[in-house]
Write a protein that binds this ligand. Structure first.
Ligand SMILES: Nc1ncnc2c1ncn2[C@@H]1O[C@H](COP(=O)(O)OP(=O)(O)OP(=O)(O)O)[C@@H](O)[C@H]1O
Length: 278
């Protein structure tokens, strides 16, 4: 791995995330408060109590949080760098990406994003409109959702959103990327609902890359791909990274053989605790 030389594009500190309080937790709490009311007739009180308690103890105050998903994670993502994040299934890798993307609330901690200039101005996730945050911190999800229509229509779709109205769809750029993936321009006319899982992932990837976010969070981007296409996509993503100095990749994967030789840093997640290789 090479030495860190990049600028900090995104930093997070002491970040914690918990599973959300469930309806049952809240209803038990409400019920407990209701049970305190002295006007409750005793027979109804007892019947209601036995129905409510079941396995849940009313003596115990339900916690506002079920379970710790991320515990005190801190890190920085540097320009021009690939940070690979590995860890066992269920250890919290996707949760971390979703919190950084502003798609899942954190229970404490901070996340800050560079304003994209060389000045040291950073925007706090809590003080930034979600649509503006997600424009710069984009998540490539594990299971892409495509719209009905052609590949071309799917690629054009983001430009109809308010956040990207000032950007212009570049068909030639997309055709050039498809060539790197061994696909001709005809691919643009294919019906999205007939695409394979791997092809859906390719379309989803191009749909995000063309919007040029500063921070790209990749959740197992090659999981649905054959070996050759996987290698092509890795190369395409690395070329995209290096095409602009103000970009960084955080790459979650179980299959490290393609990307690890190209990684600048390696993070590891275990039961919600994030550690970094020195
Ligand atoms: N919104 C949520 N609310 C409650 N629990 C959640 C939520 N999202 C994920 N979890 C739980 O958090 C834990 C970590 O999930 P996560 O998807 O981050 O795992 P992962 O490390 O990405 O696993 P994999 O490698 O299998 O994709 C899991 O136990 C999951 O059930």
């Amino acid at each position: 791995m090479s030495i860190d030389t990049g600028r900090v594009l995104l930093e997070f500190d002491n970040l914690c995330a918990h599973s959300q309080r469930t309806i049952n937790d809240q209803s038990i709490k409400n019920s407990k408060e209701a049970l305190k009311k002295p006007s409750m007739p005793s027979s109804i009180y007892q019947k209601w109590t036995s129905n409510l308690t079941g396995n849940a103890s009313l003596d115990k105050e339900p916690s506002t949080h079920d379970r710790t998903l991320i515990s005190g994670a801190s890190g920085t993502l540097l320009s021009g760098q690939v940070t690979v994040l590995t860890g066992a299934s269920g250890s919290g890798k996707s949760v971390l990406l979703r919190v950084l993307a502003g798609l899942l609330p954190m229970s404490s901690g901070t996340v800050r994003l560079s304003d994209g200039t060389s000045s040291n101005v950073y925007h706090d996730i809590h003080k930034t409109a979600p649509v503006l945050w997600r424009k710069q911190v984009a998540l490539l999800a594990q299971h892409p959702q495509l719209l009905d229509g052609s590949v071309l229509e799917n690629l054009q779709m983001p430009y109809q959103l308010h956040a990207h109205q000032s950007q212009i769809f570049d068909r030639d750029w997309n055709v050039a990327q498809l060539e790197h993936l061994d696909r001709s321009a005809d691919f643009l006319q294919q019906d999205a609902k007939h695409l394979s899982g791997g092809e859906r992932q390719l379309v989803n990837t191009l749909r995000l890359l063309q919007l040029s976010p500063q921070v790209l969070l990749l959740d197992e981007p090659t999981a649905a791909l054959d070996i050759d296409t996987s290698t092509q996509l890795v190369n395409l993503l690395i070329n995209w990274l290096h095409a602009d100095a103000q970009r960084t990749l955080l790459w979650v994967t179980h299959d490290t053989k393609d990307i690890m030789p190209l990684a600048n840093r390696h993070w590891y997640m275990q039961a919600g605790v994030l550690t970094a290789d020195s």
